[in-house]
Design a protein around this ligand. Structure first.
Ligand code: BTN
Length: 259
């Protein structure tokens, strides 16, 4: 069990966790945060689930969160000012905050574009930012973060499309899930204030996994191979093809894997 009382005692973290909705078991913390948004919950509302029965992953995949094994939480964020950027920037914040939280445990995480956090080239965390629009303005974003902390949080190897690991395996001992969650919230709060700032992208890019390596990107229908160069100013991936051409690819569509 996550200890709700310990969590409450550490909140709020800056502007986050002003309201906490904690569940021993829930369909999906992203789904619940969306329902709360519809009932005018305040910005910074935090939904935490010890177990998720229908956790959502990117590209319509499932995300496994058995009771007692991982971290699954979502933040309701509302843009402070009129914002034309999509939810992509929020995904960057989530991944960076997880990576910095893992730094605090003495680990060396990297980020696989667009927002998977890796330890020793295995996925330890996924981020799902889901946006709601009012016309062409962003009404709110639900930033959902899942972290594999204990062994039970890693799905069966056959169901994985990328190798996975869990934090306790990499640390080599027990990890306090509440402490890790609060550390991640600190990072989200700090970077949220710098959304759209070049420093965010530069810091994110400094952690980019497989940079300079040959990678393959596929969108379900086609695939392309090239050398991963880095990011554009707006967070697209720069890929150098053999012929010398440089492609700029949007997040949200592609799966990336090293060759
Ligand atoms: C991915 O596919 O890598 C993204 C996974 C995101 C999972 C988290 S767990 C908390 C939040 N609630 C959900 O239903 N999904 C996200």
């Amino acid at each position: 069990m996550l200890h709700e009382a310990d969590l409450r005692a550490g909140l709020p973290v800056g502007s986050l966790g002003v309201e906490l909705h904690y569940f021993d078991s829930l369909d999906s913390s992203n789904a619940e945060a969306g329902r709360l948004a519809g009932r005018n919950a305040p910005a910074g509302t935090l939904v935490v689930a010890d177990e998720q029965r229908q956790g959502r992953g990117r590209h319509g995949r499932r995300w496994l969160t058995p009771a007692g094994a991982g971290l699954a939480f979502s933040l309701l964020l509302r843009p402070a000012r009129k914002q034309a950027t999509g939810p992509g920037g929020y995904g960057l914040i989530g991944a960076l905050a997880v990576a910095e939280g893992l730094d605090g445990l003495g680990l060396q995480p990297s980020i696989k574009w667009p927002n998977d956090v890796l330890l020793a080239e295995r996925k330890v965390s996924g981020v799902l930012a889901e946006a709601a629009w009012m016309g062409d303005e962003l009404a709110y974003v639900v930033l959902g973060i899942g972290v594999n902390v204990r062994s039970g949080s890693v799905p069966e190897v056959e169901s994985l499309d990328f190798p996975a690991t869990y934090v306790e395996r990499e640390v080599g001992g027990p990890v306090d899930r509440t402490g890790l969650l609060l550390a991640i919230l600190q990072g989200v709060d700090r970077w949220h204030e710098r959304l759209g700032h070049p420093e965010l992208l530069a810091t994110w890019e400094s952690r980019l996994a497989f940079r300079g390596n040959l990678v393959e990107l596929e969108d379900g229908k086609t695939s392309v191979r090239g050398t991963l160069l880095g990011l554009t100013q707006d967070g697209r991936l720069r890929l150098a093809l053999n012929a010398g051409q440089v492609l700029e690819l949007d997040a949200g569509v592609y799966h990336l894997r090293p060759v």
